[in-house]
Design a protein around this ligand. Structure first.
Ligand code: NAP
Length: 292
């Protein structure tokens, strides 16, 4: 078994981005600028946004954090988005999800200018991704494909099973991996909570992507020897081992599953760091106006 070191690959990608930013600035171009809107004070969202802002600093981007209280009105939130859409200094921005229940997530995402939607969640970017047109590919799926590429995992003709069909991870990833592209050409099975006899599918996987958000869900009896596993799950569970009182747990029962794998991502240190690097990459592309 070998570990897929997402932290290392993410840092490499960030170094490449930092070098490009340095060159852009030396050539007289403006500093790339990522903005983030954070609603409420959910612990997980606070942590994710803080990591994104810190990553911006590392690669030499400017960043702006706009905070709204949990009870913000839809109108106020849309006004913030409108301002960022029209701010020429902001190249791209994200609205950290999830949003409070009283706000319609789709309405919010659709109000983001597709050219500034560096999370790649806007229907325009998802549609363009499906059609193989230039677009911002959402950060987590891009990060996963990049990891498979870096670890030279052959995808063509392989059977890839994805557990989870969310709009931000499972569905776009299943499309990317099935495409007729060098990092695609998998035969993909997309599983979800209504899948009957999930194990009969996972046992056939050459590549297994676990994105359901259920700690320790995938056990050794569910996978075949030599499988490549990407564990996307990051659930915060209480822990007496950490100062914060919680730790992140993946969807895979790592200790018993890892010995059967040829490659596996740890949690943390696998997919998570790649998501941030991919977001920075999209922002750089936005700053260079290379997508649209
Ligand atoms: P989500 O929107 O809650 O979707 C979960 C998916 O898993 C759904 O499609 C659901 O099926 C399916 N599912 C749930 N229980 C299942 C079961 N017992 N068997 C088969 N399928 C099942 O989650 P998400 O936003 O995609 O996130 C998934 C996990 O990835 C979470 O832990 C999240 O924190 C993590 N995540 C990590 C990163 C990162 O950067 N590391 C980024 C994004 C998400 P239905 O559609 O039928 O309900």
């Amino acid at each position: 078994m070998n570990l897929i070191d997402g932290k290392k690959i993410s840092l490499e990608l960030q170094e490449t981005i930092a070098a490009e930013v340095k060159k852009l600035k030396a050539d007289g171009f403006k500093t790339p600028h990522l903005a983030a809107i954070l609603v409420g004070s959910d612990g997980g969202s606070e942590t994710y946004v803080a990591s994104k802002i810190a990553a911006c600093e590392r690669v030499g981007f400017n960043s702006t954090l706009i905070r709204h209280p949990e009870y913000v009105t839809k109108e106020k939130l849309l006004q913030s988005i409108h301002e960022l859409n029209n701010n020429p200094d902001v190249d791209g921005f994200i609205v950290q999800l999830p949003l409070p229940r009283h706000i319609n997530e789709h309405k919010v995402i659709e109000s983001i200018l597709p050219t500034k939607d560096v999370d790649g969640f806007h229907p325009m970017n998802i549609g363009r991704m499906v059609l193989n047109l230039p677009c911002y590919v959402s950060a987590t799926p891009y990060g996963i494909v990049h990891l498979l590429d870096k670890y030279k995992v052959e995808t063509a003709g392989k059977h890839c099973v994805v557990i989870g069909r969310s709009h931000i991870v499972g569905s776009p990833l299943s499309i990317l991996l099935a495409k007729n592209t060098p990092l695609g050409n998998c035969t993909v099975t997309l599983c979800h909570s209504k899948t009957v006899d999930l194990k009969s599918h996972t046992l056939k996987a050459d590549i297994l992507i676990c994105a359901l958000g259920s700690p320790d869900f995938v056990t050794a009896d569910m996978v075949k020897d030599g499988v490549v596993i990407i564990d996307v799950g990051t659930t915060r569970v209480e822990s007496t081992e950490t100062k914060s009182g919680y730790k992140l747990k993946g969807d895979v029962k790592f200790d018993e599953v890892a010995p059967k794998c040829s490659l596996i991502t740890p949690v943390p240190g696998g997919v998570g760091p790649m998501t941030i690097a991919s977001l920075l990459r999209n922002t750089l592309l936005a700053a260079k106006k290379e997508m649209y």
